[in-house]
Structure formats: structure tokens, C-alpha cells
Design a protein around this ligand. Structure first.
Ligand SMILES: [Zn+2]
Length: 118
């Protein structure tokens, strides 16, 4: 049971402390962890520039996976190893002919931090 006023993640109604159901929409009020997860997805996938935020998030996710895979963060004069970038969908030579999904996946692969920012 919430011990402080809670904003309903579904209708944004402000509920007083101790409420188990939203006074406005009648849905059960989730706990703090579930509210945070629901709020994150609502903020990410709705509102202004949702597609841009999703694309940016995918770029950052793939970049983070490349850092984990390569065990380093190349800043500007260095870059991830070719095997790492190919693993996450980079497009090289005629590889796109055999694996056409790389034409889309390559959009999210960046070779170093400057490449990601610019
Ligand atoms: Zn509600």
C-alpha cells in the first residue's frame, strides 16, 4: 500500500496515500517498481518524437553491446573491432546481398563515440 500520494500510471490521476485503486480510472495502483517500469515505457513510446527516441535508444543499446563485446570504449581515433561491428549488423562489401537485414541493422551500429554523437 503506497504511503504517499501516487500518480496513476494509466490516467495520470493523483491519488491520496493509502489508495489501492485509482479514484479516476478504477484500476489497481501498482507498487513503486511497477510504476517506474510502466512510466518508462509510457514516456518512451508515447508523446513527442517517440520514434526518434526509440531510434536513439536502439543506437545507444547497440553501442553499449559493442562496448561490452569489445571490452573497451573507442572515442574518436579508434574503433570497435570489425568482428564486433559485424556481429551487431554492420554492412561491409557485398554482405548485404546475402544478409539483407544488414541494410536496416547497420543504421544502429556506430564505430566509436564520435561516430555515435555526430
Ligand atoms: Zn487512473
Amino acid at each position: 500500500m503506497p504511503t504517499h500520494a501516487t500518480v496513476c500510471p494509466f490516467c495520470r490521476g493523483l491519488n491520496s496515500a493509502g489508495e489501492r485503486r485509482c479514484y479516476r480510472c478504477g484500476r489497481p495502483l501498482p507498487g513503486p517498481l511497477a510504476s517506474g517500469v510502466i512510466g518508462f515505457f509510457q514516456n518512451t513510446f508515447t508523446g513527442d518524437a517517440a520514434i526518434t527516441r526509440i531510434f536513439l535508444g536502439l543506437c545507444l543499446l547497440v553501442f553499449a553491446l559493442c562496448i561490452i563485446s569489445d571490452h573497451r570504449l573507442p572515442l574518436y581515433s579508434d574503433q570497435f573491432s570489425m568482428s564486433t561491428t559485424l556481429r551487431f549488423g554492420a554492412l561491409l562489401g557485398s554482405l548485404g546481398t546475402a544478409e539483407p537485414w544488414r541494410y536496416v541493422a547497420a543504421v544502429f551500429v556506430h564505430y566509436n563515440a564520435v561516430h555515435l554523437v555526430c
